[in-house]
Write a new protein. Structure first.
Length: 605
């Protein structure tokens, strides 16, 4: 009997071990799928494409920091200097080249993907968490994925701040608020307006939780507790931001940065505002959605056996329209336009959901159900408003990760409601509800493949960017044949007419990349002539430098038509070459004068 008991006990333990092992594998497998998917998708793009204007705007200034210059004193920069510090440090350690920057970006983008997976997993399940990951990889980016925009770095900390806030909501422990504030402080260091917006989102989350969801205490007690919790979050924020501001103050540039940001705010909205797509562009998608709902309702009521078949047909037709080249272009265009309206629509739906959950429930029950949606909505709104008032595709894609999470959570909440609705109406209500929930997710993923992936391939399904750059600082980067010829020719021309570290100035945005690519010095405080935030005396300073022949070369787009600037240029410079639409002008030798006239083309400046 004793032997049998021992055997039985060992058998039970073995069974428990096997169950635990299977559970661990089941939990780890989705994480591994997300990680491998990210490594593959980002890995094949990490060395493809090059964003020339962003090299001039963010990487050339980072090199200036590496060389000992200070932003806001030696040159103008429109964001807090986190990107400059990161890339200056990377280039100091690993060399000044584009691949160093791209690999640094990869080190942020992969953890961002994992943070998105983790957030979805803790709110649902490991398997379901692959859905927002798939959406993010489907909408991998706009044209060149690895551009050093501040949001590409700060998004990791936006999601970390969201995770810490959700942890606080679950546990009530103040340490999570400190960590949340610290993560948002890191966001602020990369882009000041996003940091402020996400801090406001965190503050709103705390106020909602502590003043509305908490029961059994007086209003004054709740207000006092709320104030303490908000200050805890702000303390974490200050712990990261204060040392950075103290460093800038020590260097004597803090006040210059603050005044620059203050003047920038008034100019930025006017110069960068891009309206949402016209509503008529969204009409085909809106009409199609109504048609699907109406027809689906009729099928479900009168021919319930065919309801699931109908949903599968809708999915197949939608995917085919999105992915088959050259078909239904009106619908494709409408789908892209509809994505611009998606975040705003989701925020409205989320607000209605949170309000609806409040009915006939205690405050504690309401927050348990609606709290995570409210928190995710606020953080997603804070990240989305970074692009306001712009609605261009490039900025939109960078703000989408928390929006994808919000969409996923809303659909996850809708599926049980649909299951209950289909009960006694369909033979398999749960499966039908899941198919309905899959429709927007699959179509959105297909739209990402259409807009973010398909343009990267030629008709033979090969990447369009296969030509390696020979330029020293561009080694390892693959671009299109046309862009490679442009970059190599322009760099060779600059090198033929100037020496290492010679001052040059580009009026053309694309030409600003060659401060970095050709290792030449920008003698001004700004990147190009029409940068936002430049003051009048700073522009006059450039004209004085041109009069004195300080820039060795000038790069001007063929369609440049500023007569005042051209008068200064023609008096002191002459054209020595042209590459594509960019003219290269050298200083006149003594007694030499050759007036340059722009071609009669619309200005792209």
């Amino acid at each position: 009997m004793i032997g049998l008991s021992v055997i039985t006990s060992q058998s039970d333990k073995s069974g428990e071990t096997e169950t635990a092992r299977n559970t661990a594998i089941k939990e780890a497998l989705p994480f591994l799928i997300a990680l491998v998917g990210g490594v593959i998708c980002y890995g094949v793009l990490v060395n493809r494409g090059i964003g020339l204007p962003i090299l001039g705007y963010n990487i050339s200034p980072a090199e200036r920091v590496m060389q000992g210059e200070l932003p806001y004193r030696d040159f103008i920069y429109n964001y807090t200097p986190g990107v400059l510090w990161i890339n200056a440090g990377l280039m100091k350690l690993f060399g000044a080249c584009v691949m160093t920057v791209n690999l640094g970006l990869l080190a942020f983008k992969l953890p961002t993907l994992i943070a998105l997976f983790y957030t979805a997993r803790r709110l649902t399940s490991a398997s379901a968490a692959l859905i927002p990951v798939a959406l993010l990889l489907g909408w991998i980016g706009y044209k060149v994925v690895f551009r050093a925009y501040p949001t590409q770095y700060s998004m990791l900390f936006v999601l970390l701040g969201l995770i810490f806030m959700l942890n606080y909501d679950r546990s009530g422990q103040v340490r999570w608020l400190l960590l949340c504030g610290a993560a948002i402080g890191a966001v602020f260091l990369f882009k000041q307006n996003v940091g402020v917006l996400v801090l406001a989102a965190a503050t709103g989350s705390i106020i909602l939780r502590e003043t509305i969801a908490v029961e059994g205490t007086s209003l004054s007690s709740r207000m006092l507790n709320t104030t303490r919790r908000v200050l805890s979050c702000w303390a974490g924020f200050a712990a990261i931001v204060a040392p950075a501001l103290a460093y800038l103050a020590y260097k004597g540039v803090l006040s210059a940065m603050i005044w620059h940001f203050a003047s920038l705010a008034g100019q930025y909205g006017d110069k960068k505002s891009i309206a949402l797509p016209q509503p008529r562009l969204v009409a085909p998608v809106f009409v199609g959605l109504i048609a699907v709902v109406v027809v689906g309702g009729l099928v479900q009521r009168f021919i319930p056996k065919l309801f699931e078949v109908f949903i599968v047909l809708v999915l197949g037709s939608g995917v085919a329209v999105m992915l088959i080249p050259g078909r239904a272009m009106t619908v494709k265009t409408s789908a892209t336009a509809a994505v611009a309206y998606m975040p705003l629509t989701l925020f409205v739906i989320a607000a209605l959901f949170v309000a609806w959950q409040f009915r006939k429930r205690s405050r504690a029950e309401w927050w348990l159900s609606a709290g995570p949606i409210a928190i995710v909505s606020l953080f997603a709104l804070g990240a989305y408003l970074e692009m306001y008032p712009r609605a261009d595709y490039a900025h939109l894609v960078r703000a989408l990760p928390p929006v994808f999470l919000l969409l996923f959570l809303l659909i996850a909440r809708a599926v049980p409601e649909l299951t209950a609705y289909f009960q006694n109406r369909l033979s398999n209500p749960a499966r039908a509800a899941m198919l309905c929930g899959a429709v927007p997710l699959v179509l959105l993923f297909s739209g990402g493949v259409k807009d973010a992936w398909q343009p990267r391939f030629d008709s033979s399904f090969r990447f369009g960017e296969q030509t390696p750059l020979k330029l020293e600082r561009g080694r390892g980067i693959l671009v299109s044949r046309k862009q490679a010829a442009f970059i190599e020719d322009l760099a060779a021309t600059i090198e033929a007419h100037s020496s290492f570290d010679d001052p040059i100035f580009s009026f053309a945005p694309r030409g600003t990349a060659f401060y970095f690519l050709a290792a030449r010095r920008n003698p001004t405080q700004f990147v190009w002539w029409r940068s936002v935030g430049i003051k009048g005396h700073e522009r006059e300073s450039l004209l004085e430098k041109i009069d004195n022949g300080i820039p060795r070369l000038l790069l001007i787009s063929e369609g440049f038509h500023n007569e005042k600037i051209l008068d200064h240029i023609n008096a002191h410079y002459h054209q020595v070459a042209a590459v594509s639409d960019i003219r290269i002008l050298d200083r006149n030798n003594e007694g030499q004068s050759s007036e340059w006239k722009p071609s009669e083309q619309p200005s792209n400046q």
